[in-house]
Ligand binder design. Structure first.
Ligand SMILES: [Zn+2]
Length: 274
């Protein structure tokens, strides 16, 4: 009998630990979300985050509390001399958290740090041709890793912010990759949630992806950036940028794709107005 109690106790320890950690996390998040939102941060949002200016008040409040939690949980690191200030932290958090609105979220659970470079940065690349490893250097503006980090170039972000109609956001792009990877695979198919129609999603995305590839070859303009033809995960990332930043045009030109993204992200940015 004593042995059974001992075994039961041993099995219970990890359960108690998990429940304790989860309770502590939820309490911390509740506390963070209730903290005052500094007026300076509100100014940063108003100046730099066009979707924030347009969204309804209810979503604005939700976004502010997501930003509070995000900034309380993620660390920022400046690289190559980049200083991290409130503008960088709030802008990155805001665009990252727009993707979480109205959704059940654990705030990018695998992500721990955001590395920010002042400009584009060099990376070492290795690829294989005919069994031979080829090493080279390439210039990057951003990266999204499944093992806990996102890398961003601040000058690229500033350039996008200076042109409200450019329809591109490096931050939304890299965090769309994080959303995509939450089910363990960065493949353009995120975890759609219970009761979702995976068949419909696959049908719409496959057709739109093929259309973009064909259109790009012919040099046709599309609200979805050409970069999306690279592979399905890039297609999901650029389609997400278009969905949030050029919503009306996306809905008009790609109604089915817009519908799938709207069901997934649980918002309809085409209805947001200034
Ligand atoms: Zn990408």
């Amino acid at each position: 009998m004593d042995k059974i109690f001992l075994l039961l106790f041993l099995f219970l320890i990890p359960v108690i630990f998990i429940v304790f950690r989860r309770t502590r996390k939820l309490r911390r998040r509740a506390r963070l979300s209730k903290m005052d939102f500094p007026p300076k941060w509100e100014d940063i949002l108003g100046k730099n985050v066009p979707p924030y200016r347009k969204m309804p008040d209810g979503l604005k409040g939700q976004l502010r509390s997501h930003i509070r939690i995000f900034l309380g949980e993620k660390s920022f690191e400046g690289c190559s001399g980049q200083k991290i200030d409130d503008e960088i932290r709030v802008v990155v958090a805001a665009f990252a958290c727009i993707l979480l609105l109205n959704r059940k979220t654990d705030y990018y659970p695998e992500l721990s740090s955001i590395l920010v470079y002042p400009d584009a940065y060099w990376v070492n690349e290795e690829f294989h041709v005919g069994g031979q490893a080829i090493r080279s250097k390439a210039v990057n503006l951003g990266e999204s890793w499944e093992n806990g980090s996102v890398i961003l170039s601040w000058s690229q972000i500033k350039e996008e912010l200076a042109d409200e109609n450019c329809g591109q956001s490096l931050i939304i792009h890299e965090f769309a990759h994080q959303v995509d990877a939450e089910d363990g695979f960065m493949n353009g198919l995120p975890e759609l949630g219970e009761g979702s129609n995976y068949g419909q999603w696959a049908k719409v995305f496959a057709r739109e992806y093929e259309d973009l590839r064909e259109g790009a070859l012919k040099g046709n303009y599309d609200v979805i950036d050409d970069y999306g033809r690279k592979d399905p995960s890039e297609f999901f990332a650029v389609a997400t940028e278009g969905f949030f930043l050029k919503a009306a045009e996306m809905k008009d030109r790609h109604p089915e794709l817009y519908g799938e993204l709207s069901r997934f992200f649980k918002v309809d940015p085409s209805q947001w107005s200034v």
